[in-house]
Design a protein around this ligand. Sequence first.
Ligand code: PHE
Length: 344
Amino acid sequence: MSELAAKLADLRTRFSTDVNAAPDEEALDGVRVAFLGRSGEVTGLRRGIGQLPPGERPGAGKEINDVVEAMEGELAIAQSRIENRVFEADLATQIDITFPAIAPVAGSLHPVRNVIRQAGAYFRRHGFAIVTGPEIEPDYYTFDALNIPSTHPAREGFDSFFITDTLLLRPHTSPMQIRTMQAHKPPVAIVAPGKCYRRDAVDARHLFQFNQIEGLLVAEGIHFGHLKGMLTGLCRELLGPDQRVRFRPSFFPFTEPSAEVDTTCPKCKGHSDACNMCGGSGWIELGGAGMVHPNVLREVGYDPDEVSGWAFGFGVERFALTRFEIDDIRRFIDSDPDFLEQLS
Ligand code: PHE
């Protein structure tokens, strides 16, 4: 072995020992400077090349370069080992791995969805089917078939979002009455929950997108008493056993007679003039209802002399506001989980 090779072998061994012993980056840098720095040991060896016979110089230069390359590789490995050790030490001070895991956030049913489910369960128990339909409807289902001809002022009351001259975002779930009756012979008993849209300015009691539940029962001998019984039962199940229902004469082109339906204010039960839920009236408005108009029955091919029926349409958000005693309907679309998960 040449003298240079022996020196290099010795240098490598000492270098490796020092590198492995370096506890931190500072110490590692010290080793680098001592061996590879400008006045380090390797520089000393390079200087010695000049003393060699000219023929041996290139070989010696290469020998040294190879060893330097290997040393630099070793340094890089040591460097990342030290960095990792620091990282792991940091981690250990930040994370207590013996600590119980954080439970995943499970979420909860939206209160509006809850009301729909519970109302749906009530009607199913009484033999009704739950149906859903399109949110974009032709004006035929929305108006014409419901006894609202294009010239009728009642169309204005629905403040609709039209997509084309004849297609609109449904402003109520009543088109489902027509779709159901055209698809099935009587008797029919359905509830149809779903989203509706109206060009309403948003405030504490209005949204431009909201949910309704439509109800429809058509069979032989159906009368207003059946409607009153079903709606009273619904209010008692969802709002409390003492709820009562009140019908105020009203007008809808697709029902005759028609009524606005109110239920006892579940907050003050009609006993407080200062109640902020019902404004002191003692009643909360839920929606519209009535006996299906003979024109509507005829439109779907039913015979008004053979069958009769009732229909209603309730605002689900209104129901949920009452049920959970909430002051502002916009809370339902704020997506605040702290608020929503309290209501079930
Ligand atoms: N569709 C009516 C509305 O949205 C409510 C209603 C439904 C009235 C069924 C009577 C019968 O205002």
